[in-house]
Structures are given as C-alpha cells and as structure tokens.
Design a protein around this ligand. Structure first.
Ligand code: FAD
Ligand code: NAD
Length: 477
C-alpha cells in the first residue's frame, strides 16, 4: 500500500454512505482518499446486506410464484434448489457491483487505501493495510462512514457455527431443517422468508406484541397472513432465555412475556437479528473531541459535522434510520459541506421498505406516529382487491394508504403493502418532498393497468371520487 502523506478529504469506510460521499467530493473537485478493509467499495450493503439479501429474496419469490402458478393452470412440478449455484449467482452479483465501484474509484482518480483507519489526533490518521505496518495520513477534512455491526444478545452467545448473525445467514452454507429466527424485524422477516422458501421449517420469535413494531398494523397484516402459511410458527411477546449447543442441534429455551412457560425446542440453526449498533470501536475517537451518544452513535449537527467541525460523520454510525439510501444522501450532503457549500441534511421524508412478499413500504408520517403525537390526520385507503392490476398478478391482499393533513389535504405520509410496494413508495417520497396535496396525486394521470393507480385512487377516495371503490362524496378544496 502506498499511502500519501496528506489528503484534502479522507472518507473512512466505503459503504453506500462513504463511497457516495467520496464520489460526490471528487466530482466537486476535491482531492479524495477513501479507506476501507475490502478490496473494492461496497460496505455492508453490497457485501453482506441489501444486495445479497435481495438476490436471495428474488429467488424465494420465484419459488413461491411457481407454486402459485398451479392455481392458474401452470403445473411445473416441485422446485429443486441447487444451493451452490444460487450461492454463485448471489456472489457473482456482489462481485459485479463491487468491481464496478472499484472502476468508478479509478475513473474519478480517488486514492483507494485498503485498510483500517484510526485517529491518532484530530488532524491525523494511521492506516493499517493487510500485512502492512500502520502508515500516517494527515487530512484537512474527514468523513467517518464506518457503518454498523449486528447486535448480539450476550447472555445467549454460544460459540457454535449454528448460531448465525445476518452475515452468516447470507453465506447460504446450508439450508437447515429447522431454523429459529430471533427478531421479527427487517432482517428476521426477510431472511426468514428466504429460508422458508428454500425448504427450512422456520420459527420467528419477536419480543414485542407484533412483527415489525415500527410499521402501521394494517400494512403488516397482509404479510402476517401470508407468513402464516409459510412459517412453522410466529411467537410474538416471546423472548429467548437460553441457548445450549448439543450434538443434534441448538436447544433453545423460550419465555412468553405474559408468563407461560414454553417447552425448550431444538433447532438446526438460530439466526439472531435483533438490531444493529454503530461501529466506532478501534477508530481512536478518544484521540479527538468527537462525541458519541448513549447508544454509541456519533453526534452530528445538521451539516453532519461532529464536535470537531472538520470531522463529519454519516450513515449508520451517525444515527437512525440505518438504511443505505439515507447513508448515501447524507454522504452526498457531507461531501458538499466538505467542498464549502452552505447546505444541510434536511430530508422531508425517508422511505422504508421491507422486501418480504408482500413488500411493506412507508414514507413520511405513519398513522401510529400521528396518533402518538395527538395529531389530527385524514386516512384514506385503497384496497388492492379493487385494482385490476393486482388481480392479474393473483395478488388482491395489498393496501395503499395515505396520511393527509385534514386542513389542506397535503400528503404527510404514504404506506403500501403488496408486491412492488418498494418501487411505488418513491412516488410518495416525491409527493412529500414537493409538498403535493391529494388533488395533485389524484389529477396526475397514472398508467393503466398498474399498481401505481392505487395511489391516485387513494387520493381520489379522500373526496369520495375514486372510480373503483365507493366512498361518500366530499367537497373538493
Ligand atoms: P456500511 O455499509 O456499514 O459500511 C461501512 C464500511 O466501513 C464497511 O465496509 C466497514 O468495513 C468499513 N469500516 C469500518 N471501520 C473502519 C475503519 N476503522 N477504517 C476503514 N473502514 C472501516 N438498507 C437498505 O436501505 N435497504 C436494504 O434492503 C437493506 N438490507 C439490509 C440487509 C441486511 C442483511 C443488513 C445487515 C443491512 C441491510 N440494510 C439495508 C442496511 C444497510 O446495509 C446499511 O444501512 C448501510 O450499509 C449503511 O451504510 P454505511 O455507509 O453507513 O455503512
Ligand atoms: P430491526 O430493528 O429491524 O428488528 C429487530 C427486531 O428484534 C425488533 O422487532 C425487536 O423488537 C426484536 N427484538 C429485539 N430484541 C429481541 C429479543 N431479545 N428477542 C426477540 N426479539 C427481539 O433489526 P434487524 O432486523 O436486525 O435489522 C437491523 C437494521 O438493518 C434495520 O433496523 C434496518 O435499519 C436495517 N435493514 C434494513 C433492511 C431494508 O431496508 N429492507 C433490511 C435489513 C436490515
């Protein structure tokens, strides 16, 4: 590794936050050094997060579609999973995308250092590459983008390869006969669905009363109904109290919050997916004035500056929501700040998508948040049973929902459950960013037959003028 002595901007961590920041800064004319332990940029999202999981979820979707085809007269027999080929397909996609990012680093003339960075003081780092002695690097501005790590449950940690975190689960080394998933959040439900489709008998344990605690219940219901047919069991209000490694599996003790004792069960593997924590260990932050909060997130201001104004932080390490698109947007803002632009990170709405089948997506204010805030809102829903497109897909269980300001019909939030929800939610994000109201959405011609028409019809339903459902007419503003 040839390390330059100094750099105008150093970006620490090349995930979707870090590489977006480095690319933007280089495009703005800064001299940029990007540091990451991997050979190419990508971070958690590309190597062990968004991309491998979505590849496997697509495969799971195809398996389920093949089974559903029988109802429409399409008999193709049972699906045989070639695990190694599926693994290769997934790894090939990751390689293609991360290799492409490596090329973009070169095209932009960014210095890429494969290694780990550690602050020695507030103007200097030391970079340790594979097999190298630490090399010093001085900087004018630094952007910390070191991401996050899976949270473990210390009391349940057994040193056993059958106890998985999401990284282990994504390797697809085996398809266990019986899999326990601890945590009914994003990862638990996405990867639990994958293994269920691949043939595992999956049990999900969630400590709160319901799956996906952050989402509105009416959006979660269609998923819950479908999962009932795919999972062995969904145990809500339940926690795992002990895991014991045995020759024939992992013996797991469970406890219902309400008190009843659940007999211990044996599983071939256990996936723990109970959240992620910011990654700052080993960064040498104590050699700077950078401050972390009680959850370990680096504290930043609206420009993403830390307590050291020339050191910025973005992405998972700088706070919730821990989502790739939030990290990238923040990264691009931080790059502009590093270039001296007077900008702030101030998104009106950040979309969230759970890529299960059906997908669940929401953006802006949710109905539950409005209720918790005591804020009056109008809720309008369009059931997908009335959508021609949903029926042609054999999927009538979805719902499109708008959360609207009753004073001026401004769109405050959008929620979707159904196939393709993750694509459609971007229209909701645009509506909120642009301050659109329900009339804007209703008067926009949407192509037919598409699922996107449900957004237009949910908007029309506010005035009682939706074409494909009846709601009592109301005065239009
Ligand atoms: P990261 O992607 O975590 O990248 C940080 C990088 O910094 C890593 O490469 C790390 O090795 C490096 N690093 C750490 N310390 C140092 C150091 N000292 N020196 C140099 N480099 C260092 N989000 C979505 O929006 N959509 C999804 O579909 C989605 N799916 C996911 C599925 C899974 C299984 C998981 C685990 C996460 C998923 N996420 C998803 C979340 C998403 O991956 C993260 O929000 C995103 O990767 C955060 O980007 P980041 O740039 O902040 O950090
Ligand atoms: P999560 O916060 O989404 O879900 C964790 C779940 O585990 C919660 O429902 C929580 O109540 C439950 N839980 C916590 N402790 C428990 C215990 N002891 N026993 C049983 N249940 C317990 O976290 P995750 O699924 O690990 O994902 C981490 C983060 O990664 C997400 O919050 C998200 O930011 C990101 N992610 C995003 C996507 C996506 O955008 N599609 C996909 C995967 C991950």
């Amino acid at each position: 590794m040839t390390t330059p002595q100094t750099t105008q901007l150093v970006v620490i961590g090349a995930g979707p936050g870090g590489y977006a920041a480095a690319f933007m800064a280089a495009d703005l004319g800064l001299q940029v050094t990007l540091v990451d332990p991997a050979e190419n940029p990508g971070g958690v999202c590309l190597y062990r997060g968004c991309i491998p999981s979505k590849t496997l979820l697509h495969a799971a979707r195809v398996i389920d579609e093949i089974a559903a085809g029988a109802d429409w007269g399409l008999q193709v027999g049972s699906v045989e999973v070639d695990r190694r080929k599926l693994q290769q397909w997934k790894d090939g996609i990751v390689g293609q995308l991360t290799g492409g990012l490596g090329q973009l680093v070169k095209r932009r003339k960014i210095t890429y250092l494969q290694g780990r960075a550690r602050f020695t003081d507030n103007r200097h780092l030391e970079i340790t590459g594979p097999g190298d002695d630490p090399q010093p690097l001085g900087f004018e501005t630094a952007i910390i983008a070191t991401g996050s790590l899976p949270m473990a449950i210390p009391a349940l940690s057994v040193d056993d390869p059958r106890l998985w975190d999401s990284t282990a689960a994504l390797k697809l080394e085996t398809v266990p006969g019986k899999l326990l998933v601890v945590g009914g959040g994003y990862i638990g439900l996405e990867l639990g669905s994958v293994y269920a489709a691949l043939g595992s008998r999956v049990t999900v344990v969630e400590m709160t009363p319901d799956l996906l605690p952050g989402a509105d219940r009416d959006l979660v219901r269609p998923l819950q109904r479908r999962l009932k047919g795919q999972l062995d069991a969904m145990l809500t209000d339940t926690t795992v109290t002990a895991i014991k490694a045995q020759k024939n599996g992992l013996r797991v003790a469970l406890q219902a919050t309400k008190g009843e004792k659940i007999p211990a069960k044996l599983f071939d593997a256990v996936l723990v997916a109970v959240g992620r924590r910011p990654r700052t260990a080993g960064l040498g932050l104590t050699n700077t004035a950078v401050v972390v909060d009680d959850k370990g997130f680096i504290q930043v201001d609206a420009q993403r500056r830390t307590a050291e104004p020339h050191i910025l932080a973005i992405g998972d390490v700088a706070g919730e929501p821990m989502l790739a698109h939030k990290a990238s947007h923040e990264g691009r803002v931080a790059a502009e700040v590093a270039a001296g632009h007077r900008v702030v990170y101030d998104p009106a709405a950040i979309p969230a998508v759970v890529f299960t089948d059906p997908e669940i997506a929401w953006v802006g204010l949710t109905e539950s948040e409005a209720k918790a805030q005591g804020r009056k809102v109008t809720i309008s829903k369009f059931p997908w049973g009335a959508s021609g497109r949903a029926l042609t897909l054999g999927r009538n269980e979805g719902v499109t929902k708008l959360v609207v300001d009753p004073e001026n019909q401004r769109i405050l939030g959008v929620g979707l459950a159904g196939p393709g929800a993750g694509e459609m939610i971007a229209e909701g994000a645009l509506a909120i960013e642009m301050g659109a109201n329900a009339m804007d959405l209703g008067l926009t011609i949407h192509p037919h037959p598409t699922l996107s028409e449900t957004l237009m019809e949910a908007a029309d339903a506010i005035f009682g003028t939706a074409t494909h459902i009846y709601r009592p007419p109301k005065k239009r503003g």
